[in-house]
Ligand binder design. Sequence first.
Ligand SMILES: C[S@@+](CC[C@H](N)C(=O)[O-])C[C@H]1O[C@@H](n2cnc3c(N)ncnc32)[C@H](O)[C@@H]1O
Length: 148
Amino acid sequence: MRDFEFGRTFDVVTCLFSSVGYMLTIDDLNQAVGNMVRHLSPGGVLVVEPWLHPDAWRIPHVTAEAAQRPGMAVARASTTGRQGHVSSFTLHWTIATFEGVEHIVEDHELGLYEVDEYRDVFVAAGMSVEHDPVGLIGRGLFVGVKHT
Ligand SMILES: C[S@@+](CC[C@H](N)C(=O)[O-])C[C@H]1O[C@@H](n2cnc3c(N)ncnc32)[C@H](O)[C@@H]1O
């Protein structure tokens, strides 16, 4: 998201379900949002669904979910951590099929940024910005318009 190049602009760019959280520094966030805005036509709209904000990240926290359908059962347990403004979680997957059982471990790190930090990044990229504190799934939503 920091350096994709499509050689054209779009009327709307969306970055949803906290993908932007993988930007672990404000510099990365500026680069990513700046690159999305670069792909917007004047007056175009950027919609960004943030990751959690610092106060919302709870550690330690453990959780588990499971789902199944005929021929497949999946369980996922996770633990959380934090280093400064970087949240981390490790997902332990157990996937059972008729072929056997597979275990996968995924480590994820996402940046925890304040609402105003996101706003500043939009404004720095030449956007006006509105923040909806609820958004699509309760994580909030930033909607920006590129100045013409
Ligand atoms: C939680 S998923 C959201 C996927 C999709 N936006 C959605 O709404 O379902 C986060 C996605 O961010 C992608 N991602 C992580 N780091 C990225 C980066 N530096 N540039 C582009 N995508 C990245 C991951 O591969 C993953 O698919």
